[in-house]
Design a protein around this ligand. Structure first.
Ligand code: NAP
Length: 290
C-alpha cells in the first residue's frame, strides 16, 4: 500500500487559522498587529523569493510585515546599525535577517545582535541555550514545523526512534534537541547522523521516524528504511527548474507508512512557524508591559 502523504500545506493552513485569530487578538488589545521586519541584503533571487513568500504569509494571516532592502555592498557595521535600530523600535516584534548574507558580512555577530526577544528565527545563543535546557522561548521554525507535522499526522513520537540525518544549527541539531526532550510531542530516542556516519543505511533502517535534512537530492532510498516508517523530507535542492528533496519519493513512498513531499511538505510549515513566533514575540512584549 502506498504511503500516506503528509500534506504540509494542509497542516499549515489549519495552523494559520489559529495564528490569524491570535494575531487579531493581539491587535484588539494593543491596537497593532504583530509586526515582522525582514532584512534582505543584496539581490540574490532565491532569497528575494523566500522573503516575498514570508511577507505574503504575514499579510494573509493579519500580521504586519516590513521589508528593509540593503544593497549588496552593505558593510557589517551598517547592517549591525540597522539591527540595533530595529531592536530599539517599539513597533517591531520580530526581526528576520535573511541568509545568506553577502560574503563581506560575517553572519555570526549580526545574528547575535538581534534582540533575543525579537529573534523569531531562534538563532540567538540565549534562545538556543533555553531550547537546549528544555525551556524554550521560541522554537526554531523548520524543526518546529517538522514536529507539528508529526503531531498533526497523529504520529506517536514518545518512545519512538527518530533518526535525523543532518546536524546543522538550522535544522538537524535543534530538531534532535526538541524531540529528545520530555513532553507529549517529544520523548523520542534520537540518533543524529552526518556525513561521517559509518553505514548510514544501517542506522536509518532502525528508525521509526526518519528526518532527512542533508541537502543531497534523492539520497534516501527505499532500501534504507523499514516498511511502515514515517519519513519527513526537509531537503530542498534546486535541480534544473525543480525543487528536489533528500528522499527518493517515488520509491520510498512504496515502502514508508507516511511521507512528506517536496514541495508542499516542510516548506509551508517553516513559514507558518515564523508567523507563530512573531505572534508569540508580540505576546511576550505585551506581558512585559502588563
Ligand atoms: P547544511 O547546513 O548543509 O547541513 C547538511 C547536513 O547534512 C550536515 O550536517 C551534513 O553533515 C549532513 N550530510 C551531508 N551529506 C551527508 C551524507 N552523505 N550522509 C549523511 N549526512 C550528510 O544544510 P541545512 O541548512 O541543515 O539544510 C539541509 C537541507 O534542508 C537543504 O536542502 C536545505 O535547503 C533544506 N532546508 C529546507 C527548509 C525548508 O523550510 N523546507 C529549511 C531549512 C533547510 P556534516 O555536518 O558532517 O557536514
Amino acid at each position: 500500500m502506498p504511503a500516506r502523504i503528509i500534506d504540509g500545506k494542509q497542516i499549515a493552513a489549519t495552523l494559520k487559522e489559529q495564528i490569524a485569530r491570535d494575531a487579531a487578538q493581539v491587535k484588539s488589545q494593543t491596537g497593532h498587529a504583530p509586526h515582522l521586519t525582514a532584512v534582505l541584503v543584496g539581490d540574490d533571487p532565491a532569497s528575494a523569493v523566500y522573503v516575498r513568500n514570508k511577507q505574503l504569509a504575514c499579510e494573509k494571516t493579519g500580521l504586519q510585515s516590513t521589508l528593509v532592502r540593503l544593497p549588496a555592498e552593505t558593510t557589517g557595521a551598517e547592517l549591525l546599525a540597522l539591527v540595533n535600530q530595529l531592536n530599539a523600535d517599539r513597533s517591531v516584534d520580530g526581526i528576520l535577517v535573511q541568509l545568506p548574507l553577502p560574503r563581506q558580512i560575517d553572519p555570526v555577530p549580526i545574528l547575535d545582535a538581534v534582540s533575543p526577544l525579537k529573534d523569531v528565527d531562534c538563532f540567538h545563543p540565549e534562545n538556543v541555550g533555553l531550547l537546549s535546557q528544555g525551556r524554550p522561548r521560541f522554537l526554531p521554525c523548520t524543526p518546529a514545523g517538522v514536529q507539528q507535522m508529526l503531531v498533526h499526522t497523529g504520529v506517536s513520537i514518545p518512545g519512538s526512534h527518530v533518526v535525523v540525518v543532518g546536524r546543522s544549527d538550522l535544522v538537524g541539531r535543534p530538531l534532535a534537541l526538541m524531540l529528545m526532550q520530555k513532553g507529549p510531542a517529544a520523548d523520542a530516542t534520537v540518533t543524529i547522523c552526518h556525513s561521517r556516519t559509518r553505514d548510514l543505511a544501517a542506522v536509518t533502517r532502525t528508525a521509526d521516524i526518519v528526518v532527512a535534512a542533508m541537502g543531497k537530492p534523492q539520497f534516501i532510498k527505499a532500501d534504507m528504511i523499514r516498511p511502515g516508517v514515517v519519513v519527513i523530507d526537509v531537503g530542498t535542492t534546486r535541480v534544473g527548474d525543480k525543487i528536489v528533496g533528500d528522499v527518493d519519493f517515488a520509491k520510498v513512498s512504496e515502502v514508508a507508512g507516511a511521507i512528506s513531499p517536496v514541495p508542499g511538505g516542510v516548506g509551508p510549515m517553516t513559514i507558518t512557524m515564523l508567523l507563530a513566533n512573531t505572534v508569540l514575540a508580540a505576546k511576550l512584549r505585551m506581558s512585559e508591559h502588563e
